[in-house]
Design a protein around this ligand. Structure first.
Ligand SMILES: Nc1ncnc2c1ncn2[C@@H]1O[C@H](COP(=O)(O)OP(=O)(O)OP(=O)(O)O)[C@@H](O)[C@H]1O
Length: 703
């Protein structure tokens, strides 16, 4: 807990050109309090016997003279408060003084120069800077902006739109809970994750502020404004959260109504303002009197909102803004008197820590669920398993791990404690696999290893089998290919010798072969076209079987057409690259043209621009046509590649037929099946087709 009286500072506003300075002196003391002396010369008109005081002395924590810059004010006043707020304490800084004395300039800042930024933007910047540096905690920051005008509260951060008048803003009302805590109904808390977002909210609020003119100040604020920064912080893993808030208050002008010379509607306003400041004064007087038990906070909205800041859980600072103009001397003295009373108020700031409400909620939820579970199961579940339950679990685990049946299961019921226990147990067994655990664990270890080895052996055998099959198939296809090449060679030779297929449809391809194995190229081609696409070459899915694909690849490599395909592919690549390059250029030109169109829209009279635009358009059109041409060329090439590929596949089929039919039918039985059910079915269908043809052929020969 930090016990401290409210710190009171004074800031003297620089005098305007036509202002005449009152007599005052500052005794700035670095070590203790500084003092301000205001001299009011006795008015001779009051006569020679005049007991009026001539000198007024006031003590302040520090006095900022006319030359004091905003950064100095921030460093001395706001920075220490912001540090406390970051540490989890509540803080308040409020500016009090007559209209035009520099309250808004000190709290919010001036709009002319960046260096004129006041306490709010500088504090936001400082806080977000610190939050970024501190990675030990998770911070959440919100801001709220309240305006109190004629005893009514308004939410300046209404996100829907910028209000055209105060009436358009949501009305904020005060609610008090049984513990006498104040809650502001309708005041929105806007989250700000960084400085920029927080500043945007400040600007939104400032735009919404009610500004009216008084004879004293052309743009004076006649309402109280409270900008609040709310910070929540939590260390990861910690159960406690800290909540703190910093009120930055710009009070309305404290001058007396008679002096301002206002009337009518403005007089009503002034009365309200003065009334609320009067109540503020009453609260401060009451707080300064040690014997007073009742503090009249509830008399006005402003004192209700600032209840904690005045004599409560808060580190509070007041800035008395003074206009040391000859005409404003009385007001300045009044402000200083008020400040002296405020300086007597003692506050007790405590660290605002609480158990994370989410944690409290979760704990409650867990208890409720436990109760529900106990009701359903009829058992009260504790966090630990009983000795009996543990023994039963051990038995179940042992039976499960010793069971050779791979489909055996371990059923421990829907109890997370038991499931976790089993997992841990199994993990321990696995970790001990290489250790020398004895007894059951050892048995289980051996059992697990055996089981694993068995599995490995099966997989190994399986892989071996697949490899063997692959090897057989590839060899088979290689042999077939060689035979086909021989056959083709002989065919070529035969055709060279003018042995026309048509004349002798049953030309022997190899003299040594049996007559039934003879097959002409034409027949092979006919067969190919009649079967259309052989089942093992083209599946219903349109894909070849794996072995066939492999064979096709080997076949393709040696085929003359594959060179054509490669050439075409290269050409296609080039065309694609060219088309891409042109496409990019085209886009560039398109952007330039739209820029030109936009420019010429603004400079319609400028014919040169328009002409240039046309030139670009022409260029664009030519490029467009070129790309179009390339597209057609690419499509043509793609078609060509497709055609060559189809031709290759057809040739491959013919080659397969030829090579297969060269072998005697009896040899088909020696063909090892692949093991792949679909491929085997293809092969068998192929053999059947071949036998049918041979049968037909035999019949026609007999005829
Ligand atoms: N320290 C200062 N340095 C330079 N200009 C200042 C200073 N203090 C105040 N001013 C200027 O004086 C004028 C009035 O100041 P400001 O609006 O802050 O007064 P105020 O006390 O907030 O008045 P109100 O009660 O009407 O809101 C503004 O133009 C402001 O820029």
């Amino acid at each position: 807990m930090v016990k401290e009286t409210i710190r009171v500072y004074a800031r003297v506003k620089p005098l305007g050109r036509q202002q005449q300075a009152g007599i005052y002196s500052v005794d700035d003391n670095e070590k203790s309090l500084s003092s301000l002396e205001i001299i009011v010369p006795r008015d001779l008109a009051d006569g020679f016997v005049n007991n009026k005081r001539e000198s007024y002395k006031f003590k302040f924590q520090k006095i900022f003279d006319q030359e004091a810059k905003q950064d100095v004010v921030f460093d001395s006043i706001a920075k220490p408060v912001a540090e406390c707020v970051l540490a989890g304490y509540n803080g308040t800084i409020f500016a009090y003084g007559q209209t035009g004395s520099g309250k808004t300039f000190t709290i919010t800042g001036g709009a002319e120069r960046y260096s004129d930024r006041g306490i709010i933007p500088r504090t936001l910047s400082y806080i977000f800077d610190q939050l970024q540096k501190d990675s030990s905690k998770v911070y959440t920051t919100h801001v709220s902006y309240l305006e109190i005008y004629n005893e009514c509260g308004y939410d300046l951060l209404d996100p829907r739109h910028e209000a055209s008048g105060l009436e358009d803003l949501p009305k904020v009302t005060i609610m008090e809970d049984p513990d006498q805590n104040i809650h502001l109904k309708n005041l929105s808390l806007q989250q700000a994750t960084n400085e920029e977002e927080a500043l945007n909210l400040l600007f939104l609020g400032d735009t919404n502020r009610m500004i009216a003119e008084t004879p004293m100040n052309q743009a004076s604020t006649r309402s109280h404004c409270i900008f609040t920064i709310h910070i929540s912080s939590k260390e990861p893993g910690s159960a406690t959260v800290q909540h703190s808030k910093l009120h930055l208050v710009d009070l309305a002008g404290s001058e007396r109504v008679a002096k301002t010379g206002v009337g009518g509607h403005l007089l009503t306003e002034a009365k309200y303002i003065n009334l609320s400041l009067h109540y503020l004064e009453q609260v401060i007087i009451a707080l300064a009197e040690k014997k007073r038990s009742h503090i009249p906070y509830r008399n006005s909205m402003m004192t209700s909102v600032l209840r904690d800041s005045l004599g409560g859980n808060c580190l509070t600072t007041m800035i008395a803004t003074l206009s040391i103009d000859k005409r404003n001397i009385d007001e300045s003295i009044a402000t200083c008197r008020f400040a002296q009373r405020v300086a007597l108020i003692k506050n007790e700031a405590v660290l605002n820590e609480e158990i994370d409400p989410r944690l409290v909620r979760l704990k409650k939820e867990i208890q409720e669920l436990k109760d529900e579970l106990a009701l359903v199961t009829g058992k009260q579940r504790t966090s630990e398993l009983s000795q009996e339950e543990l023994l039963r679990l051990d038995e179940l685990l042992e039976t499960f791990l010793e069971d050779n049946d791979p489909d055996s299961t371990l059923d421990v019921g829907a109890d997370m404690r038991k499931i976790k226990y089993c997992f841990i147990h199994v993990k321990v067994f696995l970790l001990n696999l290489d250790g020398s655990a004895a007894g059951t664990e050892n048995k289980l270890k051996t059992f697990t290893v055996e089981k694993c080895q068995k599995k490995c052996n099966t997989v190994e055998r399986y892989c071996k089998g697949v490899k063997q099959l692959n090897y057989i198939l590839v060899n088979m296809l290689k042999k077939e290919k060689k035979k086909a090449q021989d056959a083709l060679f002989q065919l070529n030779a035969a055709s060279a010798c003018s042995t026309v297929f048509e004349q002798s449809p049953s030309i022997n391809l190899e003299e040594s072969q049996s007559p039934s194995s003879c097959f002409s190229l034409k027949e092979a081609k006919d067969f190919s076209s009649s079967v259309h696409r052989l089942p093992f070459l083209s599946r219903k899915t349109g894909k070849m079987s794996l072995g066939c694909q492999e064979a096709f690849e080997v076949f393709k490599q040696d085929h003359a057409d594959s060179i054509t395909i490669e050439d075409n592919k290269q050409l296609l690549k080039q065309k694609f690259a060219e088309a891409k390059c042109l496409g990019e250029k085209l886009n560039e030109v398109r952007i330039k043209i739209s820029e030109y169109i936009l420019t010429s829209f603004y400079l319609l009279a400028d014919e040169i621009t328009a002409f240039r635009g046309y030139g670009k358009r022409f260029y664009y059109k030519a490029m467009f046509n070129r790309v179009k041409g390339l597209k057609i060329e690419i499509e043509h090439l793609q078609l060509l590649i497709k055609k060559v590929k189809m031709k290759l596949q057809k040739d491959f089929e013919v080659w397969c037929i030829l090579s297969y039919f060269r072998t005697p039918p009896s040899s088909s039985t020696s063909i090892p099946l692949t093991g792949d059910s679909q491929a085997d079915a293809d092969i068998l269908a192929f053999i059947k087709a071949r036998q049918n043809i041979l049968q037909k052929k035999g019949k026609s020969c007999q005829k």
